[in-house]
Structures are given as structure tokens and as C-alpha cells.
Design a protein around this ligand. Structure first.
Ligand SMILES: [Fe+2]
Ligand SMILES: [Fe+2]
Length: 159
């Protein structure tokens, strides 16, 4: 199947963002483990898995449209010296990701690529859930203080 104008560029731009997210959440999962916050480690590991599945879906779709997946570069991966810095960087990152997805959805509607639009719409649902989770964590920190918040993050939830 041949891609409509501009669609492969958008998909590759989204792919760079998703692959960056995989790396950023792997790093944040490892930092949280290193600092002893098992519960946050588990959540960041889960987020990185979700970003892997976004990335692999995009790679499949780019190949399906006859394109070449852009695997060779990442955006800067945000680090931090404490949990609240990680959470703030991740919230900003997810908001940017949502903007890129929104632009992509609008473009696909304009050129009449409804399959790609549907795919991006599915991804934005997860992205908005991620935004909501980061907003909630930062709001809780604001309300109860970072120390009390972190005391709740020491052990992973039993599942
Ligand atoms: Fe994603
Ligand atoms: Fe995300």
C-alpha cells in the first residue's frame, strides 16, 4: 500500500518520540529501583512496555505503507536527581507527544488516510492516560509533600 503525502514523515516523527519514551522510562525505572522505590520502578517498567508496543505497531505500519522506519536516532532522554524531577520531565514529554499525535491525526484526516488516523487515535488514548498519571503523582506530591509520597513508593503493589 502506498502512503499518502506526508504520512510517512509523521509516522517516523512519532516513532522517534515513542522510541525515546522507551529509553526514558527504562532509565527512570532503573533510577527508581536504584533509589529503592519498588512501586515506581514497577510502574515505569510497565510504561516502557507500553511504549515498546506503540513503537512496534508504528514500525509494522511504516513497513506496510512502504516506508523505512527511522530507528537511528532518539531525542534527548531526560534524567533527574530526584523523583519529582523525573515526573515533571515525563509529564512535559508526554504532553509534547500528545501534540505530535494530534498534528498527525489532523494531517491524516486532511489527506484521507483513515487507517493511520485510527492508529494514532488509539495511541493518543494511552498518551492521555500517561499524562493523567503523571499529573496525579505531581498533584499528590504537592498536597502531601515529596517525603510522604516517596514513603508510599517503597514497595511494589502485590498483583
Ligand atoms: Fe506512546
Ligand atoms: Fe506515553
Amino acid at each position: 500500500m502506498k502512503a499518502k503525502e506526508g504520512v510517512l514523515d509523521i509516522l517516523n516523527k512519532v516513532l522517534v518520540s515513542e522510541l525515546t519514551a522507551v529509553h526514558q522510562y527504562l532509565l527512570h525505572a532503573a533510577l527508581c529501583k536504584h533509589w529503592g522505590y519498588g512501586r515506581l520502578h514497577a510502574h515505569f517498567s510497565h510504561l516502557s512496555q507500553e511504549e515498546v508496543s506503540h513503537s512496534s505497531g508504528l514500525i509494522d505500519h511504516i513497513l506496510y505503507l512502504g516506508g523505512a522506519p527511522e530507528m537511528g536516532h532518539l531525542d534527548a532522554v531526560a534524567a533527574g536527581k530526584k523523583v519529582s524531577e523525573l515526573l515533571a520531565a515525563d509529564l512535559a514529554f508526554e504532553r509534547e507527544d500528545a501534540d505530535v499525535l494530534r498534528q498527525g491525526i489532523a494531517h491524516c484526516a486532511k489527506v484521507g488516510d483513515f487507517t493511520t488516523r485510527h492508529r494514532l487515535e488509539d495511541m493518543i488514548i494511552d498518551t492521555e492516560e500517561h499524562i493523567d498519571w503523571f499529573e496525579t503523582q505531581l498533584r499528590t506530591i504537592e498536597q502531601v509533600g515529596e517525603e510522604r509520597y516517596l514513603a508510599e513508593q517503597l514497595t511494589a503493589d502485590k498483583s
